[in-house]
Design a protein around this ligand. Structure first.
Ligand SMILES: [Zn+2]
Length: 243
């Protein structure tokens, strides 16, 4: 992706949804797959106010969910990927994706203001294509985790499916990828694995991962260590209830 200049400004067009709210802006980018230019809608994070934090790193904001805009979808070729991994395509992956996409344009308009449905459709496209092209497991995991958060916000039961998929892929990433993974340190991912195990109903494994973090005496990342200590107690409570 190469950025070729912002368009729109404060009153930029919102594609299907009319004018953009002040938290959003448009930017022209070049598709990493087909090379054509298209417009993506991005979030001005500085304009958002934090509403809450979940124990699996989900941060919620008042008024607008920035996760709606995580995935970029090219309207020309249908390539879909998170902004953070949009340009991670080698030649073999490009050929695999182009063959699979077959020159079909997406039937959904992903530009401008997104609804929950279009945001979820974008995640499903990106998860499917990431698996198709053999993206790093952490890329698939990150997409699944965010899709789970989207479900949580809507009270959608598919959250459990996406959490499980995030867990499966983060386990592979933990063994195979180098840290940091995104912004996550090894300790951060150990904590998250504990949290995901707890959320998918496997408290015994959760205790083990939380314990790894708690037993680390390096003094680094005290916030993560405190969260792990708290998670360890929650997992123990679940075990007690089950026993
Ligand atoms: Zn494209």
């Amino acid at each position: 992706m190469s950025v070729t200049g912002a368009t729109g400004g404060p009153a930029g067009t919102g594609g299907q949804g009319g004018p953009l709210p002040p938290e959003l802006y448009n930017e022209d980018v070049t598709c990493a797959l087909c090379g054509k230019k298209f417009t993506v809608t991005k979030v001005r994070m500085s304009r958002l106010r934090v509403a809450g934090r979940d124990t699996d790193f989900n941060v919620t904001y008042e008024g607008l969910d920035p996760n709606y805009y995580t995935v970029w979808v090219c309207p020309h070729c249908g390539y879909a990927a998170p902004e953070s991994a949009f340009t991670e395509l080698n030649q073999a992956q490009k050929e695999a994706l182009l063959a699979w996409l077959g020159g079909r344009k997406p039937t959904v308009d992903f530009s401008g203001v997104r609804t929950w449905d279009t945001a979820m459709a974008a995640f499903k496209l990106a998860i499917f294509q990431a698996q198709k092209r053999g993206a790093r497991p952490s890329v698939v995991a990150g997409l699944c985790l965010r899709a789970a958060w989207l479900c949580r916000a809507a009270g959608d039961a598919t959250e459990a499916h996406f959490l499980k998929a995030a867990l499966d892929n983060y386990i592979v990433a933990y063994d195979k990828e180098e840290f940091p993974i995104g912004k996550m340190t090894e300790r951060g991912l150990q904590y998250l694995l504990g949290e995901l195990y707890l959320r998918v109903g496997r408290p015994q494994e959760a205790v083990g991962w939380f314990a790894r973090v708690v037993e680390d005496r390096s003094g680094e990342e005290p916030q993560i260590v405190n969260m792990a200590r708290e998670g360890w107690h929650r997992a123990k409570e679940v075990l007690k209830g089950a026993g």
